[in-house]
Ligand binder design. Sequence first.
Ligand code: ADP
Length: 299
Amino acid sequence: MDARDSIESPAMTETNPDPQTSPQAGATAGPAISVATKSPAAGLRGRRDVGTVELQGLHAYYGSNHAVRGVDLGFAADQVTAIIGPSGCGKSTMVRCINRMHEEIDGARAEGHVLLDGLDLYDSRIDIVAVRRAVGMVFQKPNPFPTMSVFDNVVSGLRLSGASRSEMDDRGREALIGAGLWDEVKDRLKGPGVGLSGGQQQRLCIARALAVEPEVLLMDEPCSALDPVATLKIEELIGELKQRVTIVIVTHNMQQAARVADTTVFMLDGELVEVGPTDKLFTTPDDERTEQYVTGKFG
Ligand code: ADP
C-alpha cells in the first residue's frame, strides 16, 4: 500500500492524539485525497518500501520572519535522519512542516511541497488529519494525556477512529512492545500514564504515535528532557524503529546524531548547508561551515 491508496473515514477523524497537533483544520476540509498508513500489523514484517519523504522548495514563515528558506531534501524509508544546526536555524520549523503542524501557529505559513511516497501533502485537496496520522510526532517534553491510563493513552487515537476492543488490545500491546515499554508497564496498564518516569512517558508517547501505524515519525529533541539512561533507551529504540517507520530526529546533541543517524543534515540560518552519510558529515564534510560547526567553532 502506498500513500496514494485511500483509507476510509472515520479512521481519518482522529490520528495524532497529541494536543499540540490537534487537527481541527482537517476536520472541516471535506478532503478529496487521503493519505494511507500501513495496514494494521504490517509494522514489523521486514523492510518497507513506503515512507519516503521529499521536501521541494520548502519555505516557512512566522509573519515576516523567513525561518526556512527554500529547502530541497529527501528522507529515505528505513533510515534515521538527524537534523543538526545552531539554535534558531529552523530545524523544528522545517520538521513541523512535514506534518503540516507549522501552519497551525498564528501568522505562520509554509510554501513549497512535501511529498510522502510521491503524494504532495500540500495539495489543496489533502486531508490534513490523515497527514498527521501518516506522519506522527514526538516532542521534547513527554505529553501523555494526564487523565488517561497507560493503555488508554496508547490507544487514544485508535479509539477515536472506531477500532474494536480486540483491535485496540492487539494494537495497543503491539505498540507498547514496539516502543520497548511493554515489560515495564504490562502490570500497570490501568495506572495513570503520568505516573511513569520521564523516560517511560516518552516511550509511552512513542507507543501512542506508533499505534496508528504511521509511515514517518518526527522526533523533535526527544531526549532533551531525559536523563542519560532514559536517553540511551530511546536511542536504542530509534535503531529498532527505523525498520518500521522513517525517522527524522531534530537534535542539538551532535553525539546523539552520530550515534543514531544514518544520514545527517546540517542547517544554518534557515538553509540546508549539507546533507550526507553521518560519518562523512562529521569527519570529512564538504562545506567549511559544516566543518566549523561539527568541530565546535560556533553554535
Ligand atoms: P531551531 O529548531 O533550529 O532551534 P526554530 O525552527 O525553532 O529553530 O526557529 C527558527 C526561527 O523561527 C527562529 O528565528 C525562531 O525565533 C522562529 N520561531 C520559532 N518558533 C516560532 C513561533 N512559534 N513564533 C514565532 N517565531 C518562531
